[in-house]
Design a binder for this molecule. Sequence first.
Ligand SMILES: [Zn+2]
Length: 460
Amino acid sequence: MLDLAIVGATVVTPSGVAPADVGVIAEKIVNIAPPGALESARRTIDACGMLLIPGAVDPHTHLDAEMFSMHAIDDFKSGTAAAVAGGVTTIVDYAFQAHGGSLADAIEKWSAKARARALIDYGFHVALLDPSPEAIAEIPRVVERGVTSFKIFMMQGFEARARDFMRAFRVAGDSGALLAIHAEDEHLIGFCTERLLAADKHDVTHFAASRPPLSEAAAVRRALAMTELSGTPAYFVHLSSREAVDEIRRARSRGRVVLAETRPIYLYLTEERFLEPNGAKYVGYPPLRSAEHRDALWAALEDGTVDVVATDHCSWTLERKISANRFTRMPPGMSNLETLVPMLYSEGVAKGRLSISRWVDLTATNAAKIFGMYPRKGAIVEGAAADLVVFDPACRVVINSREMHSRSDYDPFEGFEVTGWPKMTISRGRPIVTDRKVDAPAGRGEFIARERFSPRWRNQ
Ligand SMILES: [Zn+2]
């Protein structure tokens, strides 16, 4: 006897897109059967006309993050509510090392934020801010605990300690960890920013010019050299420009294991948004770019150069975003978790740019493989966690921040018309979202100890 059966849907599995019925016992998928062939179940969900996809895996979130001496508005409760309402069932959040602090303390601090609040499963990366000898020595133990990726930010305080960072990369690579890189060159940005401020060009309309595409591409090139010499696999977060994805292609053609992520805002918005009355609400690092870069990113999604679309969800109230009058003081980031999956369906699949399988790879399967969670997460296969989304490809939704689960009071995609939305989200065998209503106790999410990075992730 099954606990749950989802019948009648078109199911997206690693072997293709086809009608099937899916059976669940306790928290796992136990059977993927031809239509009508499942044994009986305590509860049956009729999913005729729907797609059944694996719950999405977002490997780039900042819940309860502290920035500019402020806390982002979404904690692990509201943030994971937004996630699961949008079909995301696993997140990997960044635990920030304090300056002079240990990596273990960072993980402990983030565990305390997540433990009693998360509605869905979560893992952590450590954001390495201070590559002290003590912190470097801790890296193998951190990896052993299932925190198998580290992040570095090249845009602040990086260059002065580049050699220490390389020592950390080396140990991370030797330990089987993956290095996530925020690639923006601090000196190029510093120079551009200085010139703008000296000319009194400090409002948000000048923000994009302060961090040009070249500053991203130069940092990608430098990080590629550093990680090649240190022997560390590199994953570039939120790439935003044509020049940056060109660097990724060139590195791959030379045989490098290098992975690339982009972020929804660069796919759907362009820099003209900064000219709107409250343009500061779109501030993120790197900035929105021109249409040429947006089109290059779509091409990179289509040809496989970009592996993952992740949110970088870091949300603020509109008041917080617009209160600073200098672009250097506007807190970066915005709400994205609830719209990640449906918007990529609407703009990618419904408009004929991406196949259904590619959409699922970009939002679930690839991140699960790259970040050591496959096949537990990120795919509909027997034995995997029953993290499933019944997705209605015909449902039309106009994005309205008042209907979203983030505590942010605006949405960067306000007013966008979207075709396709999750009808139901199931997390470890339990339906916890139906028709956009979230019903799950805080704290039910579990920590995921992740496997080490495998350079053969594509063939898993
Ligand atoms: Zn981020």
